[in-house]
Design a protein around this ligand. Sequence first.
Ligand code: SF4
Length: 291
Amino acid sequence: MRYEGPIYRPPSEADSLLIQATVGCPHNKCTFCMVYKNGPRYQVRDVKDVKEDMLKARDIHGDHVRTLFLPAGNTIAMKTDDLCDILMFAKETFSTLERITVYGSSQYIYKKGIQGLKRLAHAGLSRIHVGLESGDDIILKRIKKGTSSKEQIEAGRWIIEAGIELSLYVVLGIGGKERTGPHARETARVLNEIVPDFIRLRTFVPKIGTLLLAEVQNGSFKMLSPHEVLKETALLINELQASSYLTSDHYTNYINLEGKLPEGKKRLLDKINISLERDEASYRPFFIGTE
Ligand code: SF4
């Protein structure tokens, strides 16, 4: 089995078999992301090689593979025919397979269209992990996400309409002090329009070698303090009407929040209010991420 580049996968895929169908990220421009900044460049692997890797994995893991994640930044960007071929082969190869997932950014999902997504669902794609980051168009432009709130809403709705589960990632504090209010409100607006299965919170940590770290260091981007991040989170949750499962399953967050919306909303807001009584100095210190 072969693997190229950094191993990067959502925490919820910790027990998944990882087989690469693509390498790197075709976008690779987000100002907060360091994952593929030093390569490898985006490539789509030969379907034949991907299938060979699956057969080798079956020799090793036999009937123990329940979930498969096809890693790298935007595997959804590969040709729909080839991805369908890989998905169908995976289902034939691993008889116990219950879930196949990929990462995908809205601009590539949008290019698939609803028909392309329905074909992928039919071939076996069960869940897409999408970095929404923010619903605020000014922030999306500043962080060079390569998409807009309108495109994110349309792509997200198509995923759900196609019968694929949607996991959306939100980065708290990504608008800095200047856009904390619009970030929370616009992100809630977009999430309410999409109604994803999962909303996963991460807190912005500047990463080594990124443009956004340079902005933090030269003072043009002002990071939120722990209390400001918690207040932003409260505003976001308060504005949410979507019936999604919210979780903050990540080491970057100041507190752990988990619950089904809307019924869990009050409990989550109460937990944030209690956390706001804690001294800011008791939260994790500022650090620069290296991975
Ligand atoms: S955040 Fe995702 S889309 Fe943006 S550069 Fe990183 S891997 Fe690519």
